[in-house]
Design a protein around this ligand. Structure first.
Ligand SMILES: N[C@@H](CCC(=O)N[C@@H](CS)C(=O)NCC(=O)O)C(=O)O
Length: 147
């Protein structure tokens, strides 16, 4: 199994972390997004959305979207509950992460840490703060109840 990713990206790191926790053998192929390696014809042929992480399965086929990959890898492990409600709660947090956390915190981090907070992105960076803090408050609240 091959995983294409950038270890500095949260979406990719969580795949690497899960693979490590579950001792899943894989080949990690580092992809440079700043160098537009996700936008080549060869890459787009594997993921039309042109994004990492991307999993190339050893049984053939490719899977994109970090949380789809996490679910694929975690099936039948102690990290993915088989109980219906608990499984849905995992999905609930994963959808929350993609809709309410990642678009603010990951994007703000990208602008600041990858791009060096250039002047022409400062307004964009500032616009992510309210949503990011709201998401962190939700996470803090949950962690205070179920640490
Ligand atoms: N919803 C996707 C987001 C993937 C994503 O945004 N990947 C970024 C890196 S974190 C990327 O590939 N950016 C390069 C590009 O858009 O060309 C997921 O969870 O996998």
């Amino acid at each position: 199994m091959r995983i294409y990713g950038d270890i500095k990206s949260g979406n990719c790191y969580k795949i690497k972390l899960l693979a490590a926790l579950l001792n899943i053998e894989h080949e990690w192929v580092e992809v440079d997004i700043l160098n537009k390696e996700t936008q080549t014809d060869a890459f787009i042929a594997t993921n039309p959305n042109g994004k990492i992480p991307l999993q190339e399965l050893d049984v053939g086929g490719c899977l994109s979207e970090s949380n789809a990959i996490l679910n694929y890898l975690a099936v039948d492990s102690e990290l993915l509950p088989s109980d219906r409600f608990m499984h849905a709660q995992v999905l609930q947090w994963q959808f929350f992460e993609q809709y309410s956390h990642e678009p603010y915190i990951a994007v703000a981090r990208f602008i600041a840490k990858y791009s060096g907070l250039p002047d022409d992105r400062k307004t964009d960076y500032e616009s992510k703060q309210v949503g990011g803090h709201k998401a962190l408050k939700v996470v803090e609240n949950q962690l205070s109840q179920t640490p």
